[in-house]
Ligand binder design. Structure first.
Ligand code: AN0
Ligand code: CP
Length: 314
């Protein structure tokens, strides 16, 4: 593995999941692998889980970890050929090359604009970094994907599934702010590489990008989707077609204990952060059906599995 931005970078998904579970059982087993290596994590947007779990993953592998709130530094120019006489003080060509002098692996979090769909869906900022960095790069959530989250989610499903082919439902839920499609896009492409039965449910107008949703059944009837489900993966996203817009805040889409009762003893999943009693009712989040803290815990071992793969090639 050179860079890590999507499931397409993974050769053997089953063995990457197993590697995560194996590292979880004995987190310090590969402490020597990262000795003398530096992980630099750049955050253009806020983070609680990704920041702490990826840092912990690096430390567990013996790496030195440097975190930076990249939004607070120089404003970077990402476009080539610009006359830089406005607000941008440094070009990505220099910035990525310079960071590569200090880092053996770079991690980047960069959210979408939610205004320029074409640019967001080209994953412009992540790809400009990849182009001009000389060391491997991992996505800590880009404009359109969140691969470390998805890997942690698959580890969590593997740990909790009771059937070889579980029914996994991706359900939209309401939210007061316009959120990225990244977590949902990624979840679909990762689960699609497993044997699970995948169903999407959302209100009209919330279709995800065809490159991610292609071939997966969609229903506008949330309760119908929940019937017999083993995992309810909940996430709000803003519209892809009316790009970045909030089309509905319909509270009847919130996940409740009554809806969970339609499932086959189903588990509730969410990447967090989550707004209580908007996205999901307290009664679900505080029940034994909720896996959200397990998912957050598995973020460390997902990151450790990926860093382990990349470190093994250095
Ligand atoms: C972000 C999102 O929806 O992509 C990060 C989730 C991991 N969520 C918020 O900004 C609330
Ligand atoms: N799930 C997740 O990525 O959370 P953070 O935004 O806190 O990193």
């Amino acid at each position: 593995m050179k860079n890590f931005e999507s499931v397409a970078d993974v050769n053997q998904l089953g063995s990457l999941i197993q590697k995560g579970m194996n590292l979880k059982a004995d987190p310090l087993q590969a402490e020597a692998l990262g000795k003398g290596k530096t992980l630099v994590l750049l955050f253009f947007n806020p983070s609680l889980r990704t920041r702490l779990s990826t840092e912990k993953a690096g430390i567990n592998l013996g790496m030195s970890v440097i975190n930076m709130n990249a939004g607070q530094g120089w404003q970077l120019e990402f476009e080539d050929g610009k006359i830089m006489n406005m607000d941008k003080a440094e070009h990505i060509r220099e910035a990525a090359a310079v960071i590569s002098q200090y880092a053996d692996i770079i991690g980047i979090r960069t959210f979408p604009s939610l205004t320029d769909r074409e640019r967001d869906y080209s994953d412009f900022i992540l790809h400009q970094f990849m182009r001009y960095a000389s060391v491997p790069l991992i996505s800590l959530e880009s404009a359109i994907r969140h691969p470390l989250q998805s890997l942690a989610d698959l580890i969590t499903i593997e740990e909790h599934k009771t059937k070889a082919r579980p029914k996994v439902v991706l359900s939209w839920a309401p939210h007061p702010r316009a959120l990225p499609q990244a977590v949902s896009n990624s979840f679909l492409e990762w689960v699609n590489r497993t044997d699970a039965e995948l169903v999407i449910t959302h209100p009209e107008g919330y279709d995800l990008a065809p490159q991610f949703s292609h071939g997966i059944p969609v229903t506008y009837k949330q309760e119908e989707a929940f019937e017999g489900a083993d995992f309810i993966y909940t996430k709000n996203w803003s519209s892809f077609n009316q790009y970045g817009k909030i089309l509905s805040q319909d509270p009847s889409w919130m996940i409740t204990p009554e809806k969970m009762a339609l499932t086959d003893n189903g588990k509730f999943m969410h990447c967090l952060p989550v707004r209580r009693n908007v996205v999901v009712a307290d009664g679900v989040l505080d029940s034994d059906a909720s896996l959200v803290i397990h998912q957050a815990n598995n973020r460390t071992y997902a990151a450790q599995a990926v860093l382990h793969e990349i470190l093994s090639t250095l």
